[in-house]
Design a protein around this ligand. Sequence first.
Ligand SMILES: *[C@@H]1O[C@H](CO)[C@@H](O)[C@H](O)[C@H]1NC(C)=O
Ligand SMILES: *[C@@H]1O[C@H](CO)[C@@H](O)[C@H](O)[C@H]1NC(C)=O
Ligand SMILES: *[C@@H]1O[C@H](CO)[C@@H](O)[C@H](O)[C@H]1NC(C)=O
Length: 410
Amino acid sequence: MAGHMSMLPYRCYLLALLAITGAVFTTPATAFVSRKGNQFLRDDGSVFLFNGFNAYWMMIEAASSPSPEASRVSTAFQEAAAAGLSVCRTMAYNDGGEGALQQSPGVYNENVFKALDFVVSEAKNQGFHLIMPLVNNWKDLGGRAQYVQWARAAGANVSTDDDFYTNPTIKQYYKNHVQKVLTRVNTYTNVAYKDDPTIMAWQLMNEPICEADISGRTLTAWIQEMAAYTKSVDNNHLLGTGMYGFYGSSTPDKVQRYNPNAYQLGTDFITAHQVNEIDFSTVHIYPDEWLPKQSEENRTEFMRQYLWSHSNDSMTVLQKPMVVEEFGKSKTIPDYSEQSRNNYYSALYDTIYRIASVSYSLGGGLFWQLFPEGMEKYDDGFGIVLPQNPSVAAIVKKHSDDMRALAGRA
Ligand SMILES: *[C@@H]1O[C@H](CO)[C@@H](O)[C@H](O)[C@H]1NC(C)=O
Ligand SMILES: *[C@@H]1O[C@H](CO)[C@@H](O)[C@H](O)[C@H]1NC(C)=O
Ligand SMILES: *[C@@H]1O[C@H](CO)[C@@H](O)[C@H](O)[C@H]1NC(C)=O
């Protein structure tokens, strides 16, 4: 091997030498979004603050169109880019049945995988970063219940859907899925997902809860095991939990004070995000749904307290950055108006901006959810079609600009 060194062209040799001694190079850019303490960093090492959106439907739309290219995925990214958005959260799961990504344990639909490839490739082409959850807590697109059903059909001893977190057969199915997605080589870009900086972060589950153990211990143990496994497959990417952020038994005072109606759903914001392999904390916030009898003003105040309390904990106790991963205003609530949606978005963005200004540890918020025109059938009431809703689009755009400017001053 030593003989080869002398065969290297001189320039190459010099570069190799410099790299070894570290004499000239400063920290090399990793190309991946990373984190340092409680801040997200861009690939050039500067602080990363962003504005973003949810679009769970992208793979499904790309797979069910005549071709992924003919789908509305590209339009969605274009309309998001026009509003200054730069992070998109979209699902890397669809479990069970004909049109699914994972039709049965370990059996994948190649056409659907190609559709996901297209989503990742199009995000890259249009300058977006993706956050991608790997399974759903809810039954939509299969989820935890589908895994449990698969295991039951295979003869495993399972009773409730909460066995998802403890049954060895199910845990292995989940790990297999993680392995399959993370090592997927994108047919558009020829880059393995685990090596693709377009992806900002993986997420263990969308909104995990575990009502069989409201203390949060069962769920935190699952997060510990699966986070370690995920990082063993892919150590390039950040990893999140996907949690609502409800406090658990490690902070009973905060359960009383900040959980809606002091309810416990088997999650513990603190212990779950203390897991070493988890890089950032998440909250999802829906005061209209959680506190339907409260006044609009009180629901907005609840939102402010929830975000401050969780981001304070993230900054100081966890010392990790945070993402407000889901929020929105549904057209189906009794006192809905376009003005009330605008007011809520403005108040929430203002809160994010104020928190981010303290120590840049709140990366940004992702509204639920963005649709391009012609996708009404997917709308659950929360949908925003930016070109059709210029007043909210202007609020979104202003916040994108504000966050970018704030990051520039970091
Ligand atoms: C099935 O699981 C339950 C609860 O974990 C346990 O009590 C029971 O003994 C198990 N049955 C078998 C056949 O393993
Ligand atoms: C709003 O919050 C205040 C202060 O906590 C409380 O006294 C009041 O009852 C609430 N009103 C409604 C309608 O929720
Ligand atoms: C968060 O921390 C700030 C100080 O940085 C404090 O003023 C505020 O009361 C805290 N809020 C909550 C809800 O913990």
